[in-house]
Design a protein around this ligand. Structure first.
Ligand code: PLP
Length: 375
């Protein structure tokens, strides 16, 4: 049984989980390149150029660094680099990833004000403005731009504006957003945002990409937590000469370079548009089949869609059937949403035909469910 499952997972044809996402051939090919001296002249030039292109994709004149790590590292990076023990932060939670950031922040002993809304809902700027008004002295607001666990995108431009006018810092988990959803780091006034290579960046897991704005640097200088590997000052110093403080993850940087090239060739706005259009089409098609979109209307994510199956059909069974019968991998719900929803990823290297296949498979399984529910 376990062996059967393992074999099946190896032969997934359509990887539609919310990351890791499929790798385009150019990204795969880039990782075949041989190793070079990571502190050599050529590689330093390569890193400098890559960081410059990442700044363009973040729409910032600030700095962007690439660190070995995954998205979860971003939670810690924000805390240790922006805060002093005892600083008061407003943490906005509308899904499992917000909850995880909360647990990390608790361990660091920052003074937390948590505002939670029902999963599936998005925060509104007016709410955030009110909370900032009520809770004086908030040093920073932490928010997940795109809640991968619920398929909800929070209205970041509006929320950024109220945070900025309240004089607080804004740190954003953009793990399943950056590269797929609109981002104007400087124009919106985001102080720190991090993302993961395995999502819309179309790369393998293993890199955390961190954008840092000018106000964040002032906080970095006064931050009071012990920090070593995650100390952004070290990355800034090293980046000036195209270095990383530790040995560079060379193959992953080659992959990222290739992926950035693909985004540049398509043009960033077109990439955002493709994500929006594919997500809208997929939602409509899934709803026509009788699945309900979990995210509140108007705030549905363009990178991951969470769907509730029709009554009587188990979400986890549907996930298994898609994998067993169709070679399509999607996610089930996580945390408190386990068994309640399925989640379909459509970020990075994804085309309409990939999603058409999912819709066809869903249609077949919903039709067949009458028999498999009785098995
Ligand atoms: N934040 C969000 C929104 C995520 O979707 C994820 C992972 O899916 C993470 C953080 C954690 O990232 P990682 O699993 O790469 O550590």
């Amino acid at each position: 049984m376990a062996q059967e499952r393992a074999d099946r997972e190896r032969t997934i044809r359509n990887l539609r989980i919310a990351g890791p996402t499929p790798l385009p051939p150019a990204v795969l090919a880039a990782m075949q390149r041989p190793m070079v001296p990571h502190r050599g002249v050529w590689f330093r030039g390569f890193v400098k150029a890559l960081l410059g292109r990442l700044r363009v994709l973040h729409r910032t004149d600030g700095e962007v660094f690439v660190l070995p790590g995954t998205g979860s590292a971003g939670w810690e990076i924000a805390i240790v680099n922006l805060l002093v023990p005892g600083d008061r932060i407003l943490l906005l939670v509308n899904g499992d990833f917000g909850e995880r950031w909360w647990r990390v922040a608790e361990r660091y002993g920052v003074e937390l004000i948590v505002r939670q809304i029902p999963y599936g809902r998005a925060f509104r700027a007016e709410q955030v403005a009110r909370w900032l008004e009520e809770c004086r002295g908030v040093r920073a607001v932490f928010i997940v731009y795109n809640e991968t666990s619920t398929g909800v995108t929070n209205p970041l431009p509006e929320i950024s504006a109220v945070v900025r006018s309240a004089g607080a810092l804004l740190a954003v988990d953009g793990v399943s957003a950056v590269g797929g959803l609109p981002l104007e780091m400087d124009a919106w006034g985001i102080d720190l945002i991090f993302s993961g290579s395995q999502k819309a960046w179309m790369c393998p897991p293993g890199l955390v990409i961190v954008g840092v704005g000018p106000r964040a640097w002032e906080a970095v200088e006064r931050a009071g937590f012990p920090r070593a590997f995650w100390d952004l000052r070290e990355y800034r110093t090293a980046a000036r000469s195209g270095d990383l403080p530790s040995t560079a993850p060379i193959s992953l940087l080659y992959a990222l370079d290739a992926a950035v090239g693909l985004i540049e060739a398509e043009r960033l706005e077109n990439v955002w548009r493709r994500h929006q259009e594919l997500a809208a089409w997929f939602r409509m098609a899934a709803q026509e089949l009788g699945l309900r979109c979990f995210a509140e209307p108007g705030y549905e994510s363009a990178t991951v869609t969470a769907l509730e199956p029709p009554p009587g059909i188990g979400a986890d069974e549907l996930v298994t059937r898609l994998e067993e019968q169709h070679g399509i991998a999607v996610n089930g719900g996580q945390g408190r949403l386990k068994g309640k929803i399925i989640r379909v990823g459509h970020m990075g290297w994804v085309q309409r035909s990939d999603l058409e296949e999912v819709v066809q498979a869903l249609a077949r399984e919903l039709q067949a469910s009458v028999s498999w529910r009785c098995l």
